[in-house]
Design a protein around this ligand. Structure first.
Ligand SMILES: C[S@@+](CC[C@H](N)C(=O)[O-])C[C@H]1O[C@@H](n2cnc3c(N)ncnc32)[C@H](O)[C@@H]1O
Length: 211
């Protein structure tokens, strides 16, 4: 990932943020050793942020779109109550295998359900009202994910969207992903029944609250 914040500031912010578990340390290490694009993992600062958003919102039913090796799903699961649940969608078999290994070791394993396969198809299997959604899969589908999850989101529910600054490319979009993110950022604002705040955390994190 292209750093928008200086690496010294990122390190300082991380050092002044609550620590993650030893298990998440190991997951990060193995992801960097085994996966071809380890930078997709959200990481310490954003992981603690996601956990806190789950806690603050008192979410009980969370949906994640784009699990990768399980880092953000495991982080959010920590913030859920014992009877809370997170459904996470992922298509990549190697990422799923690694995530399963760590989820199995987690005290929060019973809260996590993986739906394997294409996320756009699997969203249709979600029938219970959702409190919080984390969108972090393929960028060209971001708006499609948003449109599909919005009716399933409870009033007052929250959608958190990752990489909405796309390394700063949103100022001058020229790649397929950059153009898609830029269009997504514009189109969500056209919806009348949501409030939107873009945070400059890491690669850009947008909060969308349904009225
Ligand atoms: C940026 S990574 C997710 C990172 C993860 N949330 C974390 O913080 O560690 C995006 C993931 O979306 C998955 N993905 C991409 N297209 C998908 C699709 N159509 N359906 C399901 N998953 C998809 C990729 O395989 C990848 O693992």
């Amino acid at each position: 990932m292209i750093g928008l914040i200086s690496s010294d500031i990122e390190k300082y912010a991380s050092s002044k943020t609550s620590a993650q578990s030893n298990m998440l340390d190991k997951l990060v290490k193995e992801t960097h050793q085994e996966m071809s694009m380890p930078q997709m993992l959200s990481g310490h600062l954003e992981g603690r942020f996601l956990k806190m958003m789950v806690e603050i919102s008192q979410a009980k039913n969370v949906l994640e779109i784009g699990m990768f090796t399980g880092y953000s799903a495991l982080s959010m699961a920590e913030g859920l109550p014992a009877n809370g649940k997170i459904t996470t969608l992922e298509i990549d078999a190697k990422a799923i295998a690694m995530a399963k290994k760590y989820i199995e070791q987690s005290p929060h394993k019973n809260k996590i359900t993986i739906l394997e396969g294409d996320a756009l198809t699997n969203i249709d299997k979600i029938t219970e009202p959702i409190d919080l959604v984390f969108i972090d899969a393929d960028k060209p589908n971001y708006y499609n994910y948003f449109v599909k999850v919005l009716p399933k989101l409870k009033s007052g529910g929250l959608i958190i969207v990752d990489n909405t600054l796309w390394g700063g490319e949103v100022l001058s979009p020229h790649t397929q992903d950059g153009i898609a993110i830029n269009e997504f950022n514009a189109k969500v604002l056209e919806h009348k029944n949501v409030s939107v705040v873009m945070l400059t955390i890491r690669d850009g994190v947008t909060l969308i609250r349904k009225h």
